[in-house]
Design a protein around this ligand. Structure first.
Ligand code: 1CP
Length: 329
């Protein structure tokens, strides 16, 4: 269960009081290790995700940022000019992200062979959206203004981000990540033709570079609101496509082709439902996905107010799915 995997947990909220700044929580290794392990200790999932954020590498490029409580990333000096793009540094993760190595190494040591450690990165379009807008946006009018009037600067920014993200993903793998998930959260805000110009080529650029040096590490691609661009996501070079709940699992597998592996795709809102409803939706998703090439997951991050016991029930049910499917056939 990705992303805000901590927020619904009391243990995380307690720790947040002690370390009020997100950058502290995610950049002090002992704290980030502890937060990463909280869901592992409670639920023993098959995957443990690094506690960090997609904007974490930006300061290493010269883009200063903070993560505001309840709001998300804030960039005080948004990137809007040629001079600012020219001034960006290439990423040296050993120098600017030493804590990531420590956290991933410790996670691998802690979970051993009992779970898989996932690293993650933001995709070029989504990181560019934060860098250019300066914060999360509902309309993406600043970055779209740039894309649709003078795209040269934006393409240079996307290319620089892609190269930095590839370096960062490789560094995470070298530090212990066994899978990399790339979040292009805001690429679903693009029309399919603009996705092909501003998102897809840069997803490909990242995945191609990572595959060159690390061909055996599975790469997952997530786009929010992706039903209209699924086939295009299939051309990104990812090994696994993360599906949200706006698409039917059976149809998604048909559209992507049987060889493409998938992840997903329960509505996170299902975890507010009754136990029976949660169980039925899990079994339904597994039936539709078939018994190969599917990672059962929510279609997006777990919602902050989700009852913790319902998250626990999700994992219990998933682990007993084989028996339950036989009973509820
Ligand atoms: O489960 C985990 O612990 C994983 C850690 C994780 C991940 C994978 C966090 C911690 N953030 C992310 C990825 C991330 N961050 C994405 C991609 C996933 C997605 O599509 O949701 C995005 C878009 C962000 C940016 C971000 N960071 C937001 C969204 C804001 C917006 O623009 O709408 C927010 C709220 C944050 C802060 C953040 N990051 C992570 C947490 C736990 C939090 C909340 C901070 C808190 O309340 O303590």
């Amino acid at each position: 269960m990705m992303r805000q995997a901590g927020r619904y947990m009391k243990a995380y909220r307690d720790l947040r009081e002690k370390y009020p700044s997100f950058r502290q929580r995610s950049e002090i290794p002992e704290v980030a290790i502890e937060v990463s392990l909280q869901p592992w200790r409670s639920f023993q999932p098959d995957g443990v995700i690094l506690f960090s954020d997609i904007v974490t590498p930006l300061p290493g490029l010269g883009i200063d940022m903070d993560i505001a409580e309840g709001k998300g990333p804030i960039i005080d000096r948004p990137i809007r000019t040629q001079a600012q793009v020219d001034a960006l540094r290439s990423l040296d993760p050993v120098e600017s992200l030493p804590f990531i190595r420590e956290i991933l190494q410790a996670l691998r040591q802690e979970v051993g062979d009992r779970s898989t450690v996932l690293g993650f990165v933001g995709a070029p379009w989504t990181l560019a959206a934060y860098a250019v807008e300066g914060k999360g946006s509902k309309t993406y009018s600043v970055i779209k203004g740039m894309a649709f009037s003078d795209p040269t600067i934006l393409h240079q920014l996307l290319a620089k981000l892609a190269d930095a993200i590839a370096v960062y993903a490789r560094y995470q793998i070298d530090s212990g990540a066994q899978v990399i998930q790339m979040f292009d959260s805001w690429a679903g805000q693009l029309s399919p033709q603009d996705y092909e110009t501003f998102a897809l080529p840069y997803q490909q650029r990242v995945f191609r570079q990572v595959k060159q040096t690390h061909p055996d590490t599975p790469l997952i691609l997530l786009v929010s609101g992706s039903a209209g661009v699924l086939e295009r996501m299939g051309r990104s070079g990812a090994d696994i496509i993360s599906l949200d709940w706006t698409v039917d699992m059976t149809e998604a597998r048909q559209r992507l082709g049987r060889q493409m592996k998938v992840q997903g795709n329960l509505d996170p809102g299902v975890l507010f439902g009754s136990r029976e409803f949660i169980r039925d939706r899990i079994l339904d998703t597994i039936r539709k996905a078939g018994n190969q090439g599917h990672i059962l997951n929510l279609g997006h991050g777990i919602l902050p107010d989700t009852p913790e016991e319902n998250a626990a029930f999700f994992f219990e049910t998933a682990k007993q799915a084989d028996q339950l499917l036989a009973v509820h056939a």
